[in-house]
Write a protein that binds this ligand. Structure first.
Ligand code: UGA
Length: 452
């Protein structure tokens, strides 16, 4: 049984610590927030993550997992310490490293035996070297340590299974012995282990997130073109996805990526590129497309309803994606803001994120359920792909609304069925109405005429 200390009890830290405990290690999670630690000690989760509460409870009961605000308690007897603190965006888009610095300094000041310091936070390339420098300068007397970069690839909402079944484990260090010891910790996961240098490991994380964000912006751009040309982006993505070189993942058109990672990481990578003299044109396009995705909703609502002033519009789903209560960079937050600027009365409903919504958007009227949300609405915008929204009684929703306009920002519904229910329905990139015999239909002349 190895003793592991994890600094930071956000998504990454809490899931990492709990899963390592579940794998049979003794884990102490440290956080500077008294409030968070008190909650965890009382068995309450500071975040919503399916399966986490039961796993925490099981491991606390077994004596393998505990929570404290004391670094001393966390580090005593530990062979490994994971740094899993937040790296929010700074003023210029650069990653703000103040919490990493604080963790590194406190570890250095507290450690009393050799230690492997493993960085899990997403940090700019070069941060591992910087952490090593901070630790050696802060230690009251020299004690052996090594720094290893071990970026995390788990997603909110499926964090536990992502942690336990990773596609790969990435370890970066100049100290091969330390990397080998951290590799041993991960052997139970039976995943390919990529061992490389610190900077390369740090870049693998940014490049992976930026690539996934690029796929999303790519399909959103294709969606905008589909709308004009009468094609259906869902089928386009499915058709592309059969090609093994492309694959089907991360090709769902929608309201653009949100959450605490993609927006911040693409921006930070752009910042790194700029300050080192390169011209990150693609990353900029990815961010532009993502921003426009939310603005297009307002434009389309205006086209459908005319002036938006004093209209009632409901946001169905508020979290940045399904299976989480996280509202950071959620499309719903930005759309609510843009609508309020137009004088719209905005209502919202989310099956899980109501507490977060009340905190994040205190002015927003919150509905009790989807039907209550629909009551008197001039339009509904679907902002989150919660499963329960797929099975709503659409006749009931339709009857509750004042004007039956649905903007389905997650392409949850079948356009034909929605039109049969009497809705004026818009999805993202679902230009198939152009092929129908509705009044809206227009004739498309192919740019290249078909000839035999
Ligand atoms: C993302 C990565 O997927 C993880 O591998 C990584 O560890 C994590 O960031 C991180 O850096 O910590 P996460 O932000 O939890 O995970 O969520 P994702 O499931 O990746 O979704 C990100 C955003 O993209 C969401 O807003 C989602 O709605 C959007 N998305 C995703 C699309 O618009 N279309 C898609 O096809 C897929």
């Amino acid at each position: 049984m190895k003793k592991i200390c994890v600094v930071g009890t956000g998504y990454v830290g809490l899931v990492t610590g709990t899963c390592f405990a579940d794998l049979g290690n003794r884990v102490v999670c440290v956080d500077i927030s008294d409030e968070k630690i008190a909650m965890l000690q009382a068995g309450e989760m500071p975040i919503y993550e399916p399966g986490l509460e039961e796993m925490v409870e099981r491991n606390v009961k077994a004596g393998r997992l505990s929570f404290t605000t004391s670094y001393d308690e966390g580090l005593t007897g530990a062979e490994f310490v994971f740094i899993a603190v937040g790296t929010p965006s700074g003023v210029d888009g650069e990653a703000d490293l103040r919490y990493v610095r604080m963790a590194a300094e406190t570890i250095a000041a507290t450690m009393s035996a050799p230690l492997i310091i493993i960085n899990k936070s997403t940090v700019p390339v070069g941060t591992g070297d910087w952490v090593a420098d901070i630790v050696s300068r802060t230690q009251p007397q020299p004690i052996e340590f090594a720094v290893v970069s071990n970026p995390e690839f788990l997603r909110e909402g499926s964090a536990i299974s992502d942690f336990l079944n990773p596609d790969r484990v990435v370890l970066g260090s100049l100290d091969k012995d330390a990397a080998e010891k951290v590799a041993q910790l991960h052997l139970a996961l039976r995943a390919p282990i990529v061992v490389t240098d610190l900077r390369t490991a740090e870049m693998i994380k940014y490049a992976s997130n930026a690539f996934l964000a690029t796929r999303i912006s790519f399909i959103n751009e294709i969606a905008a073109i589909c709308e004009k040309l009468g094609a259906d982006v869902k089928e386009v993505a499915a058709g592309m996805g059969y090609d093994k070189r492309i694959g089907r993942y991360f090709l769902d058109a929608g309201l653009g990526y949100g959450g605490s990672c993609f927006p911040k990481d693409v921006l930070a990578l752009e910042h790194m590129a700029l300050i080192h003299g390169t011209h990150p044109a693609l990353l900029r396009a990815v961010m532009d497309i993502n921003r426009d995705q939310r603005r297009r909703v307002i434009h389309q609502l205006r086209q459908e309803l005319g002036r938006l002033q004093d209209r009632h519009i409901g946001l169905l789903g508020l979290a940045f994606k399904a299976n989480t209560d996280d509202m950071r960079e959620a499309p719903a937050v930005e759309i609510a803001h843009l609508l309020r600027n137009e004088g719209v009365r905005v209502k919202g409903y989310d099956p899980v994120a109501m507490r977060a919504a009340a905190r994040e958007m205190p002015d927003m009227q919150l509905a009790e359920d989807a039907y209550d949300l629909a009551e008197g609405c001039d339009a509904i915008v679907v902002c989150t792909e919660w499963n329960e929204f797929r099975h709503l009684d659409m006749g009931r929703v339709r009857r509750a609304m004042r004007t039956p306009v649905i903007f389905d920002g997650r392409n949850l519904y079948d356009p034909e069925i929605m039109r049969d229910h009497g809705f004026i329905y818009h999805g993202v990139g679902r230009g198939i109405w152009l092929n129908s015999d509705s009044d809206d239909a227009v004739n498309i002349t192919p740019a290249i005429p078909y000839s035999v």
